[in-house]
Design a protein. Sequence first.
Length: 113
Amino acid sequence: MTTADKDKARRREHLREEEARRDEASLRYLLSDERGRWFLSRMLERTHIHSMAGGDINQILLFEGERRVGVELYDNLRMLAALDETGKCYEEIHRAEREYGAFLARYRKESDL
């Protein structure tokens, strides 16, 4: 491997590390605020994390493409929570789920009116 190849590999690794650092910081930021938790919860719902595909093949393919994005987001949140020794991220993820669940319950109740 040439010196230029080694430099290129180091730069690539540095960019990957910077990307991971920024992703982590962004997720922590979103979890720290009710609006961010809302957004994350809404995206997880819209990407069908906890539902099954049905319908014709085109609908299934669209559903699965959306779901793949949600799975990556969910995995990133779980990884962040696992690495957080304070337990704060885990608490914020559950807080987001509770807040969003409460909203959905109110929405469904008002929809019945």
